[in-house]
Write a protein that binds this ligand. Structure first.
Ligand SMILES: NC(=O)C1=CN([C@@H]2O[C@H](COP(=O)(O)OP(=O)(O)OC[C@H]3O[C@@H](n4cnc5c(N)ncnc54)[C@H](OP(=O)(O)O)[C@@H]3O)[C@@H](O)[C@H]2O)C=CC1
Ligand SMILES: O=C(O)C1=N[C@H](C(=O)O)C[C@H](O)C1
Length: 250
């Protein structure tokens, strides 16, 4: 069987360099290009890349994906910074290139994906919920893509269940003290030397609390998800948001 021809964008970055090693070690894949800032995207076409793993930054990702989709190259995207407007723009370019598939995964680690699933399940049973994400201090964006997605999923589940707004008597606060408001869910961001990527979802009800915590201790936690995404995106045209769609969770 022929190997999947894979390229990595952001190949010298923290997660990109780990992804390069993971693709090189995968028996069913061949790394055909590893590009960094300033490298020409045409290299992807010249190298015959079938799938691009996009791990750059929010300022670069849209241009990179536009190029890939226009050239019929599938993409597995870990880069953060997604908004409804950006997703709509991507759907428009995919509509003009119907064979291409794009997976956007706010988090590639199985534990983080399950955290989001469990949080969605728990959401309707508790009056209060807040998200705390904790990351290394070199992270550019806040809140993390994972925390934003978690809060959105919780908010949707609460809305579908007809939950009342959360109780909160705060009448005066320093700016930022109550976190960022993501669809009505407070999200707090910590940046601390020594950490990698961590998240707690705190639920509160009458006389009880539930905390769901996930810790990524090494970038290797993201690699099985990236490789799964590469294998599945080639047969999944259009836009898929969330690795859970490829995990057969039932
Ligand atoms: N979904 C997930 O599971 C995960 C997602 N991420 C996300 O991945 C992204 C990258 O994170 P991280 O590796 O920590 O960041 P880094 O800054 O370490 O890596 C990003 C790399 O991309 C390069 N780059 C910048 N612009 C371009 C471009 N136009 N084309 C090609 N390469 C470019 C950067 O080069 P230079 O240094 O010169 O700017 C850098 O080497 C972030 O958005 C992060 O949130 C991270 C971990 C897991
Ligand atoms: O920048 C990171 O490191 C990470 N980014 C992603 C995010 O913003 O959610 C995924 C993970 O948290 C690591």
């Amino acid at each position: 069987m022929s190997k999947l021809r894979v390229a990595v964008l952001g190949a010298q970055g923290r997660i990109g360099s780990e992804a390069v090693r993971a693709v090189e070690a995968a028996e069913d894949m061949e790394l055909v290009a590893g590009l960094g800032r300033g490298d020409k995207l045409e290299t992807l076409v010249e190298a015959g890349a079938q799938v691009v793993v996009e791990l750059t930054n929010p300022g670069a990702v849209m241009g990179n994906l536009d190029f890939c989709v226009r050239h019929g190259i599938h993409a597995v995207v870990g880069t953060t910074g997604w908004t409804d407007e950006r997703l709509a723009q991507l759907r428009t370019s995919l509509a003009a290139s119907p064979g291409a598939g794009v997976l956007i995964a706010p988090n590639f680690s199985i534990g983080a994906v399950l955290t989001m699933q469990f949080a969605q399940q728990a959401a309707r049973f508790f009056e209060s919920v807040e998200v705390v994400e904790l990351h290394h201090p070199k992270k550019a964006d806040a809140p993390s893509g994972t925390a934003a997605r978690t809060a959105q999923l919780i908010a949707k589940a609460r809305e579908e269940a007809g939950c009342a707004p959360q109780p909160d008597a705060t009448s005066t606060a320093l700016e930022g003290a109550r976190g960022a408001d993501v669809d009505g869910v407070p999200v707090h961001s910590v940046r601390l030397r020594g950490l990698l990527a961590h998240q707690e979802v705190l639920f509160g009800g009458e006389g009880e609390t539930l905390t769901i915590r996930h810790d990524s201790l090494h970038h290797s936690s993201f690699m099985p998800g990236i490789l799964l995404g590469v294998r599945r995106v080639v047969t999944t045209p259009g836009l898929t948001v969330g690795l859970e769609n490829f995990l057969d969770l039932g």
